[in-house]
Design a protein around this ligand. Sequence first.
Ligand code: HEC
Ligand code: HEC
Ligand code: HEC
Ligand code: HEC
Ligand code: HEC
Ligand code: HEC
Length: 311
Amino acid sequence: MRGRGILLGFAVALAASGGLVGIVFTFGARLAPAAANTRDVKSGEALYLRYCAVCHGDAGRGDGSSATGFATKPADLTDGRLMNALPDEFLVNIILRGGPAEGLSPGMPPFADFLSESQTRQLIRYLRAIAAPPFRPGMAKPLVTFPDAPRQPILFSHVVHAGSFQISCQYCHADARRSEYAGLPSVERCMGCHRIIGAQDNPEIATLHDYARRGQPIPWVRVFKVPEFTVFPHKPHVRFELACQTCHGPIERMRVVGADTGPRLVDDLVRLLGFRPPARALTMGWCVDCHREQNATRGAHAPLDCVSCHH
Ligand code: HEC
Ligand code: HEC
Ligand code: HEC
Ligand code: HEC
Ligand code: HEC
Ligand code: HEC
């Protein structure tokens, strides 16, 4: 009886000390990066005061001593609502290569001659630390790029408009809910904001103003397209609450919209071997697979007959 009691006590003590060791270990593991982070934030702050404060202000609010000289004001880098969605690679690019690298104004100069990549990362740690509402890792998801995304007539970035400024998709693609086409915004719609924003010093916005002055539509290059002999209506899909991203991917993380769609030879070969690779976007198999699935799981009435999609 007593023997067992002692044994039990020993086991409890062991478990407790094991737990303790566990705690010490995890605590240690958490402490190390935290300490490194604090060091980076400190170094970042010093770099910030040296290179950035003259325009962005001592506290980062965009009110440095040189700020008044700019038509497009230096950004308020403490505004978490705008900054938190921007991934590190976007900030690195702007800091090292200047505003125009992301379509912004050249008032934001390139610092590649003054800052190394690791110093830039320290600076970004500092910027993350001064954001309000606070920045949490995971808020800024990585950019999505496609090697063969088209060159557009204006560097229009969904990362800036839909990611950072969170302008709703349907503000610009206003027909998605009520017609076959989602539609692209007219020049007038762009000008509603850009008659003022970026009008004086951003070359991309100057190009936009040229189209407006000539009364010409912007010749955007199409990315998502089904062949002429098929019909794809947006309205029933959007009304059925399928998110745009289900079919188009995370557009708000694309500097340039691109897609990896259409049939692919490898898939056809794999199919010949008897496998069934998932259908690629914009192929007939993709439409039909989703229709079957939505009919089975969400009580949808998505058509499977030929004429609904081909007339
Ligand atoms: C000569 C003035 C000047 C200096 C120096 C400067 N900036 Fe800027 N910065 C600007 C201006 C102007 C903008 C606004 C560009 C725009 O919105 O088109 C800007 C924009 C930015 C943005 C984009 C914010 C957003 O909302 O997309 C970041 C990030 C940034 N600056 C970081 C820095 C950092 C870090 C430094 C120091 C290494 C720095 N800037 C130094 C003028 C400056
Ligand atoms: C609801 C307001 C709004 C509308 C509508 C709008 N923009 Fe913007 N746009 C902004 C804001 C805000 C910025 C960020 C400005 C800055 O920080 O310099 C911006 C930045 C830009 C930039 C520079 C950054 C980038 O995206 O490369 C370009 C170019 C641009 N807009 C083009 C357009 C075009 C083309 C349209 C129409 C298809 C359009 N915008 C519609 C608000 C708007
Ligand atoms: C400020 C206006 C604006 C906002 C907001 C906006 N877009 Fe766009 N979108 C455009 C413009 C302009 C183009 C054409 C240029 C391009 O492809 O980037 C476009 C292109 C697209 C395309 C490719 C069209 C094609 O050529 O096949 C898709 C898909 C798209 N947007 C989806 C979205 C989604 C999803 C959202 C919300 C997360 C969104 N857009 C928010 C203006 C906007
Ligand atoms: C069920 C899949 C699906 C959903 C959901 C969807 N789209 Fe599309 N989208 C497509 C297809 C397919 C095309 C090509 C249509 C064509 O070629 O006629 C397309 C084309 C587009 C285009 C190119 C111009 C046009 O009008 O055809 C834009 C812009 C666009 N979509 C934006 C959006 C936006 C914004 C949403 C959300 C409100 C959305 N889409 C939801 C599948 C979808
Ligand atoms: C992500 C899932 C999904 C994809 C991908 C998809 N659809 Fe659909 N589609 C639906 C759903 C769900 C409905 C039915 C909505 C309802 O029951 O109200 C539908 C309905 C339709 C309708 C019927 C419209 C009507 O007025 O009744 C057509 C036509 C259609 N889809 C064509 C297409 C084509 C063509 C493609 C491929 C280019 C496609 N869909 C891709 C989910 C999808
Ligand atoms: C849910 C929509 C949908 C339905 C239902 C549908 N198709 Fe299609 N079909 C498409 C789309 C989108 C394409 C174009 C993309 C592609 O070639 O994969 C296509 C392409 C095709 C092609 C051309 C293939 C090629 O390689 O060029 C043929 C032929 C075809 N469909 C026949 C049919 C027949 C026959 C039926 C009825 C048994 C049918 N489709 C039902 C959406 C549909």
